[in-house]
Design a protein around this ligand. Structure first.
Ligand code: ADP
Ligand code: MG
Length: 348
């Protein structure tokens, strides 16, 4: 058991070394164990994406990582020293926290971003320099003097990110930072966030229920289900080799179809889902493959009902049908049940 005392600010560990270790963490609420993390290491310099459906315990884990929640068991160890929940000001000063819907102070954008620096006693000219730098990087310089109450949700989230990043945190904790945004704003902020990963490298934990965000932004992916981390690995390996049926169900939603394989060509698989009429199924499979090869993977109506095409290696989960997935699970139109899945990871 490591010594328990507040951590003094110190240099961040080198990239690849453990920044933070979770050991035997348990959180019980209303007599229910909502979090049980045996072991989890966050490496310095990485972005760890924690992905799981609503209610999985993502926010609870993030609050525990932030030292804002007292676990019922276990510790969070940083640099060999356990974090003291609620009281560890030195640790709190090393982290930045971004929440889904930012609670901004009722002052200007500048005032919001400057607040943390002022609180830490940074002088006015350095504060101005650092705030302006981050306003520019997050593309909100033109909003510098705008009251926070007059911001759109995207602008507010950018302000919230600037507020966290201006403090140069060694660990940035982000809880669903894109969830409240419309799709255009979300796409822009995702692009900018990806850019910042390179321009402002730090250790990050990103919580999201959108698999595509986690895959895109995470160096590693931790799948959290019912308060437990079922798999933690690079996204490619989690996607290709889920450890169990539950993880497979979550990461391969878009590629899971029950049926039998009619044809397989160039990584494209045509599956008979048995949902449509039985006339000329083989012929329609052929036309579906031909049309897809001509145009690239896309939803296609080249064939009649009952045939689904999906890219993927034969024998990969989903390509040959996964027990427990009802037939026609891809039939969002309520009509014909044929389509060529893009195979990209989907959100939940
Ligand atoms: P997520 O962020 O993944 O959606 P949360 O961490 O917010 O999940 O919550 C995990 C589970 O714990 C949910 O079922 C939630 O209802 C429950 N929970 C969280 N906080 C409390 C609490 N204070 N009392 C009772 N149940 C709670
Ligand atoms: Mg949450």
């Amino acid at each position: 058991m490591p010594a328990v005392h507040p951590i003094e600010p110190r240099a961040a560990p080198r990239p690849g070394e453990a920044f933070l270790e979770v050991r035997g963490l348990e959180v019980v609420r209303a007599k229910r164990r909502i979090l049980a993390i045996d072991a989890l290491t966050i490496r310095a310099g990485e972005t760890l994406a924690i992905v799981g459906p609503n209610g999985a315990g993502k926010s609870t884990l993030l609050l525990a990582l932030a030292g804002l929640l007292r676990p019922d068991r276990g510790t969070i160890v940083v640099g060999g020293v356990a974090v003291v929940p609620d009281r560890d000001l030195a640790y709190r000063r090393r982290i930045g926290l971004v929440l889904p819907a930012p609670l901004l102070l009722s002052t200007s954008v500048y005032g919001n971003v400057a607040a943390g620096l002022r609180f830490r006693g940074v002088d006015a000219s350095e504060t101005r320099e650092r705030v302006d730098h981050w306003l520019e990087r997050l593309k909100i310089s033109h909003l510098r003097d705008r009251p926070a109450s007059q911001l759109s949700s995207g602008e507010a989230q950018r302000t919230s990110l600037a507020r966290a990043l201006v403090l140069d945190p060694q660990l940035l904790l982000l809880d669903e930072p894109f969830v409240a945004l419309d799709s255009t704003t979300r796409a822009q902020l995702l692009d900018d966030f990806e850019r910042l990963r390179v321009e402002a490298p730090t250790t990050r934990v990103l919580v999201t229920h959108h698999l595509h965000e986690a895959v895109r932004l995470g160096d590693r992916l931790a799948v959290l289900l019912d308060g437990r981390i079922r798999q933690c690995d690079v996204p490619e390996r989690v996607m290709a080799s889920p450890v169990d049926a539950d993880v497979a169900a979550l990461v391969q939603t878009e590629a899971r179809v029950r049926g039998h394989i009619l044809a397989s060509e160039d990584g494209l698989v045509v599956v008979d889902t048995g949902a449509g009429s039985r006339r000329d199924v083989e012929g329609r499979a052929r036309r579906l493959l031909d049309a897809t090869h001509a145009t690239g993977p896309a939803v296609s109506d080249a064939a009649g009902p009952g045939v689904t095409g999906a890219p993927g290696a034969p024998g990969a989960p989903g390509a040959s049908g996964v027990p427990g997935v009802p037939g026609g699970a891809h039939d969002e139109s309520g009509g014909a049940d044929e389509r060529v899945a893009t195979g990209g990871p989907g959100g939940w």
